[in-house]
Every structure is written in C-alpha cells, then in structure tokens.
Design a protein around this ligand. Structure first.
Ligand SMILES: Nc1ncnc2c1ncn2[C@@H]1O[C@H](COP(=O)(O)OP(=O)(O)O)[C@@H](O)[C@H]1O
Ligand SMILES: Cc1ncsc1CCOP(=O)(O)O
Ligand SMILES: [Mg+2]
Length: 286
C-alpha cells in the first residue's frame, strides 16, 4: 500500500488511481463486509466486477475473524439486526487495533436509536473512509460533535436518500476527514472527496444511479476493495471515479433501471486503469 504524502497534485493522484485499479485486478484482494440485506448481492457483484473478492458476515466473532483475514473491511448500517449491537463495535475495534483500513457507510442515520448508538460507538475507531450521501455526512459530523452547525441549515436524510446538496456537506466532510486522518466521500450528481487537506470534485455518473437501490452501498464496497491496495484519499477517488465512468457508460447502453443495473456491472468490469486516470477530477488545495 502506498503511504499518503501531505499534498499531491492531480497528476500524481491520477497515477496512483490507475495503479490501484491495476493492482486490484492483479491481486484479487479480499474485502469482507457487514452490510445491509437489501443490497448485499449488488455490493458483492460490484466488488467482484472491479477484481476484488467478497465475503459477507453477520456475527461478532465472524466480524473479528474477517477483520484479521481481509485487506480492508466494509461496514454498512443499512438494515440493522439486534446482533449488530455487538458485531459492529467488536469488528470496528478489531480493525482499529490491527491498523486495518475500513469503510463506513452510515446509511439511514437518524432512523431508530441503534443506528445513532453505533455511529457514536465507532467514532473513536476512526473509519479510514466515511462514505455517504450529503445528508448522511452532515448528520455524522453533527453526531460526532465535529461541526455543531452542520445540521442547522440541513434538511437531513429522508430514509436512505439525501435531501441536501453535496456542496452543503463540504464543511462537514472536511471536519470528519481531519478528525479521522482518513478520507470522506460525499456522493451526488457531482461527488466530493476530501482528505481534509484537499477537496476533489468528480463529475459523471447518471441520474439512473438514483433509480436503482445500492449505488451508494456498492460504491462503499468497491472503495473497501481499493482500500486493500491504496491510501484513503486515493481509494476514495478511485472508487468514485470508477462509479462516475461506469454510470455514464451504462446509461448510454440501457433502456431503464433494470438494464442499467446489468450494464453498470459490465461497465465496471470493463474499466481500465487508464480510463480511471482520465476521469473528470477537479482538485482544490485548502
Ligand atoms: N444526479 C446524479 N447524476 C449522476 N450521478 C449520480 C447522481 N446522483 C447520484 N449519483 C451517483 O450515484 C452513486 C450513489 O450516490 P448516491 O445516490 O448519492 O448515494 P446513496 O445511494 O447512498 O444515496 C454515486 O456514484 C454518485 O456519483
Ligand atoms: C433501501 C434501503 N433500505 C435500507 S438499506 C437500503 C439500501 C440503500 O442503498 P443505497 O444507499 O445505496 O441507495
Ligand atoms: Mg446510501
């Protein structure tokens, strides 16, 4: 895995993104998940399409076991089960103790008390990458006490969907990245990725990505695959760029959400390191 340097140019980041895509295809890294029952199959298929290996688990000792086994791990809070009150904190603790990268998707933050409790519990285990839509990122910054004004002008999540713009989540994303020392990826029409030092905006994708369930969840799963071989900022950029390219290409080949989902997996599978290195990416140093 490459070590992050303080600030890198867009050209340096593009070269590292291409390297991450290539290395995943060459090494087939295992990125296990504790993820929701709605989109589990799509998450695993997307991880396989980019060249990774998937394994979904539920139980506390399984979480600890795959934390030791995998190159990185994915935790997604989309559909909680009572056992997750133990599985998620124990797995996050094992990852943080082992210094293993992990991706957290706080799907549906605000629904019920267990979700809130879990997000607060894993705060100090510091997910390497926090991935979510704008409303979810704003809500986490507020829950973690990192941006007390974050939620004041925000509408908040509506179920698992955003009601806020990506730009409205920039301050929350930067605050979270500075706290974790990792990266934050905010998805939307134009995505935002930050390591707290630089902010990248990545255009592309398709509105059809909001017409199928699991675009965001599988983006987190694919990020955990790239996290096996790259540092947090490069990981988040690579996964986001790959999704924007695959989404745009799939939209050209489909007739609606059903065929879009199939075309999207094909497009992910066909992406080359060069494609990802040339994806739209605008970088600002803070
Ligand atoms: N209006 C849009 N135009 C293009 N791409 C989009 C649009 N909305 C979301 N996406 C893409 O869909 C994927 C999932 O994002 P999003 O829908 O925000 O996540 P979630 O499903 O978690 O709410 C991301 O790759 C994002 O870039
Ligand atoms: C619909 C739904 N309900 C609970 S989890 C889930 C999947 C959300 O997937 P995504 O955030 O990728 O749209
Ligand atoms: Mg989501």
């Amino acid at each position: 895995m490459s070590e992050p340097s303080a600030t890198r140019t867009a050209a340096e980041l593009r070269a590292l993104m291409a390297r991450a895509v290539r290395e995943v295809r060459e090494t087939n890294p295992l990125a296990p998940s504790i993820t929701n029952t709605v989109t589990q199959n799509f998450v695993a298929n997307a991880q396989l399409a980019v060249g990774g290996s998937a394994a979904m688990v539920y139980l506390p000792d399984e979480g600890e076991c795959v934390a030791a086994m995998g190159g990185a791990l994915y935790i997604n809070l989309g559909t909680l089960l009572p056992i997750y009150e133990q599985s998620i904190p124990r797995t996050a603790r094992a990852l943080s103790a082992a210094g293993k990268p992990w991706v957290l998707d706080p799907v549906g933050v605000g629904i019920g008390s267990l979700r809130t409790q879990l997000i607060q519990t894993v705060r100090d285990d510091k997910p390497t990458i926090l991935r979510g839509n704008a409303s979810e990122i704003i809500a986490v910054a507020e829950l973690w006490g990192l941006d007390s004004a974050a939620a004041s002008g925000a509408d908040g999540p509506r179920g698992v969907d955003t009601t806020d713009s990506v730009d409205a989540a920039e301050r929350a994303a930067v605050a979270i990245a500075r706290f974790t020392g990792g990266a934050v990826a905010v998805s939307g029409a134009t995505d935002l990725v930050t390591d707290g030092t630089s902010v990248a905006r990545l255009a592309g994708g398709s509105p059809l990505m909001t017409c199928i369930t699991g675009s965001g969840c599988s983006l987190g799963g694919v990020a955990s695959v790239y996290a096996c071989v790259a540092d947090p900022f490069v990981t988040a950029l690579t996964a986001t760029a790959a999704y924007n390219l695959a989404g745009a290409r799939a939209a050209e080949r489909c007739t609606g959400p059903g065929s879009f989902q199939v075309a999207f997996l094909d497009a992910l599978y066909q992406l080359t390191p060069e494609d990802v290195a040339e994806a739209p990416l605008q970088l600002t140093v803070l």
